[in-house]
Design a binder for this molecule. Structure first.
Ligand code: PAF
Length: 277
């Protein structure tokens, strides 16, 4: 696997590829897990070349968030990417990505507003800005994002549609531990006790899906059920809402294809998860 650190290395490597090559991009912030690796495998099946990026994007972290302590196990990440035959890793420093006087941002102003958008102001602006920059730099034919970050997928899809970005987007399925806990780079923050409780978030969403399959369609009733499941746990729910998967509009009556989105704190660790009905 070739490791590129600078924009100019990236450009010259990209220019060396044959025109029309199918290039799959997997943007990440590192601290890779099976969720990321499954995206690389999916890209490898569909593309001629797979490129990954590792960049802990300061622009998408709020002032009191975990930018400085975000895990950065670079050597391990490189070995994992090599194990799934990733062709190129672009791992730039922040100074390589953002000009010191950078003053342009990409703002999606609808899908990014509720849920994480309302509790993490500026977060999606940071995501869309860096993702558009990575797409512009790498010029992939395809890009892969995990369904675990379902709102992020919807925001990026909207940006790509609205700005006519020439890339095909793919959502990769959420990969879960045997307990049901969705894999996340932030799971390393969990203590042993918290790890035992963490799967209850996915279990609460599962209970909602089961109730829906058994005929309950009232959105508020289903949300209430999900919250009740978490009441007896140390989870502090930040949001648990049923919304349209693509527009993120609130859904009064649950329907097939709608999504329940959840974010909850376990101690200091914020976990998100979602399920489609
Ligand atoms: O999902 C992530 O890891 C990040 O938000 C992304 C898409 C790599 C942008 O920094």
């Amino acid at each position: 696997m070739k490791i590129l650190r600078t924009r100019s290395e990236l450009r010259s490597h990209r220019e060396g590829l044959a025109p029309g090559v199918r290039l799959g991009l997997v943007p990440t912030m590192g601290a890779l897990h099976e969720g990321h690796l499954s995206l690389v495998r999916q890209a490898a099946l569909e593309c001629d070349q797979v490129w990954a990026t590792i960049f802990v994007n300061p622009l998408q972290f709020g002032a009191n968030e975990d930018l400085s302590r975000y895990p950065r196990p670079f050597e391990r990440d490189v070995a994992l990417l090599e194990s799934v035959d990733c062709d190129v890793l672009f791992a730039p420093e922040a100074s390589e990505v953002y000009h010191p006087d950078s003053s342009t941002r990409v703002i999606e102003s609808h899908v990014s507003q509720p849920l994480c958008g309302s509790v993490r102001p500026g977060h999606f602006e940071g995501v869309t800005t860096v993702v558009l920059k990575l797409l512009n730099l790498v010029q992939p034919s395809d890009a892969y994002f995990g369904q675990k970050d379902a709102q992020q997928c919807a925001v990026i899809e909207r940006m790509v549609r609205d700005l006519d970005v020439p890339v095909r987007l793919h959502r990769g399925a959420t990969i879960r531990e045997a307990s049901g806990l969705a894999m996340s780079s932030r799971n390393v923050y969990l203590s042993e006790d918290e790890r035992r409780v963490a799967p209850r978030l996915a279990a609460a969403l599962d209970a909602m899906v089961i109730a829906f399959q058994q005929g309950q369609t009232g959105g508020r009733e289903l949300e209430q059920l999900g919250r009740q499941q978490l009441e007896a746990t140390p989870f502090e729910v930040q949001y648990l809402e049923i919304r349209d998967t693509l527009t993120l509009e609130r859904v009064e009556k649950a329907r097939k294809g709608a999504t329940v989105f959840a974010a909850a704190f376990l101690g200091r660790t914020r976990l998100i998860d979602n399920r489609q009905f």
